[in-house]
Write a protein that binds this ligand. Structure first.
Ligand code: ZN
Length: 366
């Protein structure tokens, strides 16, 4: 078996072992440590990373890792599962989206990798800011050991579990064939999870949103390792059925990777939409004016073009326009916003609509 050492954690065949990576030193004399769990099987196989909680109030992944990564898993496994139950301990402690010492979205701070020339450099790149010290360390650990990776998130308070299929960028024609091969593997892996699969935003928006610097986007695009983001429904609290279904989904992916025996199991713990065509994430519907919104659909519902999604009124409850906000697309309501108040051009939901954009795309030159 491959000997793995990450921070103070060392692999032992047939065992679950623990340790910490030194993240960064804080001014008050303590070190932010990142916990690591290594479940190593008795037989050889791939090394699979599971990470959670880069956004501190997205809790489900922590519980999924606690349920799944056990001594018993180590007994069953071919290969090694390495789990990081929280990538962002200070945000977890504060029940906050971002690290206490870095005000930027931590899921946009993984290394630029092959996008380096594309991202504008303000001259500060050689001085990574605080959370980037942690992401650089995690990235180099992935680079050394990872064959596969899942990063667990929760989309919003009113959302359904789903998996994201990232776009894959290649630099020039000579990389295209390898990119298509990698993408095929990626798609099989994401499909094996057993939840709704939504393709990421189209290429331009993907780059603008710096999704190539998300934990899994960076691992997939820059390290060439199959990796995806799993959005496990409601954030801020734990739903037992989602935890059980997500453990099942993750075991499905380990089976796909040849690391566990047995066949892929259907997720029955919550409804899983089964679109007949590929869908992508899309922020929709958008409102034209300010007002008060009250949804009349639920997360997970399938809706058709023209269907009312929400009641739309002024503050004393009088209808605005025809009294409804309608969808202009067929698709699934993936996430509903929780605020009642909206301003012009706000979107009120994320939908999964038909995806007609390519998944494997040439990197724009500038
Ligand atoms: Zn997140």
């Amino acid at each position: 078996m491959k000997a793995i050492k990450i921070g103070s954690a060392k692999s032992e065949p047939g065992k679950l072992t623990y340790g910490f990576i030194d993240g960064i030193e804080l001014p008050t004399g303590i070190i932010e440590k990142i916990p690591v769990m290594i479940a190593q099987g008795l037989k050889d196989g791939p090394t699979f990373f599971l990470t959670a909680n880069v956004h501190g109030f997205e809790l489900t992944g922590v519980a999924v890792i606690h349920e799944l990564v056990t001594e018993q898993l180590a007994q069953e496994l071919k290969g090694t599962v390495i789990a990081i139950p929280t990538l962002n301990p200070s945000a977890f402690r504060k029940y906050h989206h971002k690290a206490e010492y870095d005000d930027r979205d931590p899921n946009r701070l993984f290394p630029e990798g092959k996008f380096k020339e594309k991202d504008s450099d303000n001259g500060d790149k050689e001085y990574p800011k605080l959370y980037e010290h942690i992401t650089n360390k995690i990235f180099s650990i992935f680079e050394k050991y990872a064959d596969y990776h899942i990063d667990f998130h929760n989309h919003s308070l009113l959302s359904i579990p789903y998996a994201i299929l990232d776009r894959l960028f290649y630099k020039d024609e000579s990389e295209k064939e390898a990119a298509e091969k990698l993408f095929k593997q990626q798609k099989e892996m994401v499909d094996s999870f057993g939840m709704l699969v939504c393709a990421e935003f189209p290429a331009n928006k993907y780059l603008k949103m710096k999704l190539h610097r998300s934990v899994s986007g960076s691992t997939f695009n820059s390290l060439g390792i199959p990796a995806f983001t799993a959005e496990l429904g409601e954030n801020r609290f734990l739903v037992p059925e989602v935890i059980t279904g997500s453990v099942k989904g993750t075991r499905n992916v380990l089976k796909w990777a040849g690391m566990l025996d047995g066949s892929i199991e259907q997720i029955t713990e919550f409804p899983v939409p089964k679109p007949t065509e590929r869908v992508r994430r899309f922020d929709h519907p958008r409102v034209k004016r300010s007002g008060i919104v009250r949804f009349i659909v639920k997360a997970g519902d399938y809706v058709t073009k023209g269907q009312p999604i929400a009641k739309f009124t002024d503050i004393v409850g009088r209808p605005l326009d025809d009294g409804y906000i309608r969808t202009e697309y067929d698709g699934y309501m993936v996430s509903l916003q929780t605020k009642m108040t909206v301003y012009p051009n706000d979107t009120i939901a994320e939908m999964g609509i038909k995806d007609e954009y390519p998944l494997v795309v040439p990197l724009p030159s500038k």
